[in-house]
Write a protein that binds this ligand. Structure first.
Ligand code: SF4
Length: 289
């Protein structure tokens, strides 16, 4: 039986005291443990940012990659060894700016990986510049008079790109975040979790107290997770009501073929376990031409 201790490591997170990333870290470890996934079968991949240090704080395989490239790395790992549980985790700047193209293609190909975004509306590691999710009017180091650019919409974008599991959660509610991450990992196909993560150093407006008053649970309101249009409506809600109400929970899920299902070589099992010495490479190349 796997326990959270299997995922604990001595390394102390280099995050500001009170950072929302602590809640996400604890939720990820707890989710993996409760799903009984042994730590040598889990891989955490990240890009660059405060939250992208997360592979250092979990006892599993991990890879801190380059800015915005967590998803292609995660895709490659999963394609090479489909027996692994692969999670890509990173911030909103990393994932939606530098890595903005990757989420679209990982979602539409339905890669069998989980992508968790620590969304705090800032580039926090670089000391508080505006990111793609910065709300209109927010004052940051790069928008001292207030941001005038429309924010990137993580949930509607993931839906429209074809993600087969789309959810959001709030890092201050670890129990719910853990449950959402468990569902995301269990989902077969591309699962996306937009996790609201308070940045206590740069953001004095979107605080824990603020989130407490504004988040609500879609499942408490009987949301139908099989209804794409309703999911889109709920995903757009914060942008239509000036972030007065923030839905959390599962917006949408559907069962569809994954990317690996489409290729006989991948569908037969993990590539790394194949005995390549017996392969007729000429025949393989012919098949690809
Ligand atoms: S700057 Fe913000 S996001 Fe970065 S560790 Fe500190 S509180 Fe967390």
């Amino acid at each position: 039986m796997v326990g959270i201790a299997d995922y604990n490591i001595k390394e102390r997170p280099q995050w500001c005291p009170g950072c929302g990333d602590f809640g996400i870290l604890a939720s990820v470890k707890q989710a993996l443990a409760e799903l009984n996934i042994e730590s040598h079968n889990a891989v955490i991949v990240s890009g660059i940012g405060c939250g992208s240090k997360i592979p250092h704080y979990i006892r599993s395989y991990g890879y801190e990659g380059i800015h915005g490239r967590a998803l292609p790395l995660a895709d490659g790992i999963k394609l090479a060894n489909s027996s692994l549980t692969v999670l890509a985790i990173g911030g909103d700047g990393d994932g939606f700016s530098e890595g903005g193209n990757h989420i679209i293609h990982a979602a539409r190909r339905n890669e069998d990986i989980t992508y968790i975004v620590q969304n705090n509306y800032y580039y926090s590691l670089t000391t508080g510049q505006a990111s793609p999710t910065t709300k209109k009017g927010m004052k940051t180091k790069t928008t001292p008079l207030g941001n005038e650019i429309k924010p990137y919409m993580p949930v509607p974008t993931a839906l429209i790109a074809g993600a087969t599991f789309v959810a959001s959660s709030y890092a201050g509610d670890m129990k719910h975040t853990k449950e959402i991450i468990k569902k995301a990992i269990e989902h077969r196909g591309f699962s996306f979790v937009d996790c609201y993560q308070p940045c206590v150093t740069w953001d004095k407006i979107n605080t824990y107290e603020w989130y407490k008053e504004h988040v609500y649970n879609l499942q408490d309101e009987g949301h139908d997770t099989g209804d794409f249009l309703k999911a889109m409506e709920k995903g757009l809600e914060p942008y239509r009501n000036n972030f007065e109400r923030l839905p959390t929970g599962v917006f949408y899920e559907s069962k569809e073929k994954t990317y690996a299902d489409l290729f006989p070589a991948l569908a037969q099992g993990p590539l790394v376990k194949k005995d390549m010495s017996k392969r007729n490479l000429e025949k393989d190349f012919e098949m690809m031409m």
